[in-house]
Design a protein around this ligand. Structure first.
Ligand SMILES: [Zn+2]
Length: 311
């Protein structure tokens, strides 16, 4: 990319190659200091010159390591990678001698992020920028068995950046792609909206759900749904589930399994399907089980967050 370049399609930034000229002096899983990690050392046109590099996406400085001129960055929103994945980008740049990023600092896509350098462990390999990218929001930075630090969910760089306006001098045989070689698919509403649910997020149910069992007596107006709650049908039958695993029927509408309206609204365990078009507020979140607590008709229920979407 060049200075000031941006690329946004369908409201999502394309993750661009931060370098205007890219000469890879050490590739991923390299013998010297990249064993077991998906990192590239990139220098510019002329060896030894501390060329600037630019923000591949709008990102925020999460951590700095001044002794190695190293910075951990994370995209503000989900971005599009060159392999088509849409997720957060968490990435590390290193060896910037003049590193002056501050934790919390925002850098917009296309603005200067740093300069190639030789601070830290790169005296042997000369001036470059060491970069590695995780296609996730996971900031874990751990040592691997060869003694090199790495992220979880690292991808090789040709699966991360789009090389629009990058002059590839030495590309190490990577399958480098530009944005017009990677057409975008239409996104579902679910992919467009930030799907990290929080307490007080407003959500709707996403899907058609099977009514697995009706709570007895029928007048309790509750049903069990294994898919939504993760409870087995056996646990429901033996009433070995919590009260918050029974779902009040009031806000649910019976449909057939393709979602078309049915005439009779009498729910039958094992054969009815339902939808729910109401908006609820999340009362609580359980990260471990990826569940959310909602109140339906004054009754608290816990369901998997994946069946809810933020509105
Ligand atoms: Zn390196």
């Amino acid at each position: 990319m060049i200075k000031g370049q941006t690329s946004i399609r369908n409201n999502i930034e394309d993750f661009l190659c931060p370098f205007t000229d890219m000469y890879i002096s050490q590739g991923s899983n390299g013998k010297y200091s990249h064993r077991g990690i998906m990192a590239n050392d990139v220098r510019g046109k002329v060896a030894g010159v501390k060329y600037p590099y630019y923000a591949p996406c709008t990102c925020k400085c999460l951590k700095t390591y001044p002794e190695t001129g190293q910075v951990m960055w994370q995209s503000i929103n989900k971005v599009r990678f060159s392999n088509g994945r849409i997720d957060y980008a968490t990435f590390m740049t290193a060896h910037d001698n003049a590193m002056n990023a501050k934790v919390g600092q925002l850098v917009k896509q296309g603005q200067q992020l740093g300069n190639m350098g030789n601070k830290g462990f790169s005296n042997m390999t000369g001036v470059h920028c060491h970069i590695e990218v995780s296609q996730s929001s996971d900031t874990t930075w751990k040592l691997n068995k060869y003694g090199n630090y790495m992220f979880n969910n690292e991808y090789d760089l040709d699966s991360c950046y789009f090389v629009d306006n990058t002059n590839i001098i030495k590309g190490m045989g990577g399958n480098w792609k530009t944005t017009n070689e990677t057409p975008i698919k239409e996104l579902s509403r679910k992919e467009i909206i930030d799907q990290i649910l929080h307490i007080r997020s407003k959500v709707k149910f996403d899907g058609i759900f099977k009514v697995d069992i009706i709570k007895s007596p029928v007048s309790s107006n509750m049903f069990g749904c294994c898919e939504l709650t993760g409870c087995s049908i056996d646990s429901y039958r033996k009433e070995k589930v919590q009260d918050y695993h029974w779902i009040p029927t009031y806000d649910f509408t019976e449909v057939d399994k393709n979602g078309a309206a049915t005439k009779d609204q009498k729910l039958t365990g094992g054969s009815s399907y339902v939808i729910n078009k109401n908006i609820y507020e999340i009362i609580d979140i359980d990260v471990k089980t990826n569940s959310a607590k909602l109140k339906i008709n004054n009754h608290d229920i816990w369901v998997y967050s994946t069946f809810l979407y933020e509105v």
